[in-house]
Design a protein around this ligand. Structure first.
Ligand code: ADP
Length: 270
């Protein structure tokens, strides 16, 4: 219906607006295209584990009596259902990010403690891969935000750093405040990311190596979630990487103004 209203306005306002409105319509078409792509990707991604579970349940049935085969099929079924659960969780998370009013759930949060929570949440994969996660530095100010979502974003970055690095390596998490921004960097000793791929990895379901991503439990949505969470907080996420030299993902979030910087505020009692 949006485009019908735009047409009426063109007739009234005149030619000058045609270009702007044409742009709006392109934007609407693009949003629609992105949404359709997402639905197509979701269907495709869901079909893989669902199809596998269905085949495995038939195989289990046929294998009745062969204890070793039953155990093997059951283990694979459990792996596929874990993958399915992770995928559904990430899809829900991403949809919620696009519909929630962030301000509703936002409060003052201490990034240092959120990062520690995120490191704690990745302890199991880190131990499994014998990877050490080292946290250094600290953020000075508070950030106004959604603690749960921010923790998820940091967890996704640390989890990727662990999954894409060779076993036994080191992941560094650096915290600092700079130019009124809280800065969190996650550095790994993994394979690095080609310059052409650096933008694309933030797209939904984009993976450089899908077999590897799936094998390590990736859903292809982790970085899109990071990007949305950070954008919803008025921040940004960047990647620095060179193939063979690891990667550093940096999140910057605006810190709340402290009483020092708001000294000129007329409403404040000195
Ligand atoms: P996935 O679930 O596949 O890890 P993400 O959205 O988190 O999905 O990441 C998208 C892709 O970006 C990954 O499949 C991987 O190819 C690449 N990637 C992400 N983090 C790293 C990293 N730390 N080092 C190398 N490649 C990475």
């Amino acid at each position: 219906q949006g485009s019908t209203i735009l047409h009426v306005r063109v007739a009234i306002v005149g030619e000058e607006y045609i270009l702007i409105l044409a742009d709006d319509r392109t934007e609407i078409a693009r949003t629609e295209e992105v949404r359709n792509d997402f639905v197509a990707n979701v269907s495709h991604e869901l079909k893989t584990p669902v199809g596998a579970i269905s085949l495995l349940s038939e195989a289990l049935d046929d294998a009745a009596g062969d204890e070793e085969a039953v155990r093997r099929f059951a283990a694979r079924m459990s792996k596929e259902s874990t993958r399915l659960t992770a995928l559904v969780q990430d899809i829900i998370e991403l949809s919620r990010l696009q519909s929630t009013d962030m301000v509703d759930r936002a409060r003052e949060v201490d990034i240092n403690s959120l990062v520690n929570d995120a490191v704690e949440a990745t302890r199991l994969p880190a131990e499994t891969r014998n990877t050490t996660v080292v946290v250094g530095g600290s953020v000075q100010g508070l950030v106004y935000g959604d603690a749960k979502m921010l923790t998820t974003a940091f967890r996704n970055l640390i989890d990727n750093a662990i999954r894409y690095s060779p076993a036994g390596s080191r992941v560094g998490v650096g915290l600092r405040s700079r130019d009124g921004m809280a800065q969190v960097s996650v550095t790994d000793q993994g394979p690095g990311i080609d310059a052409e791929e650096q933008e694309r990895i933030f797209e939904r379901f984009y993976r450089i190596d899908s077999a590897r991503s799936r094998h390590t439990g990736g859903t292809g949505l982790g970085l899109s979630i990071v990007k949305h969470v950070v954008a919803n907080h008025g921040g940004e996420v960047n990647v620095w990487s060179q193939p063979g030299q690891g990667s550093t993902f940096t999140v910057r979030l605006p810190e709340m103004e402290t009483s020092d910087t708001t000294a000129g505020d007329g409403n404040r009692e000195q």
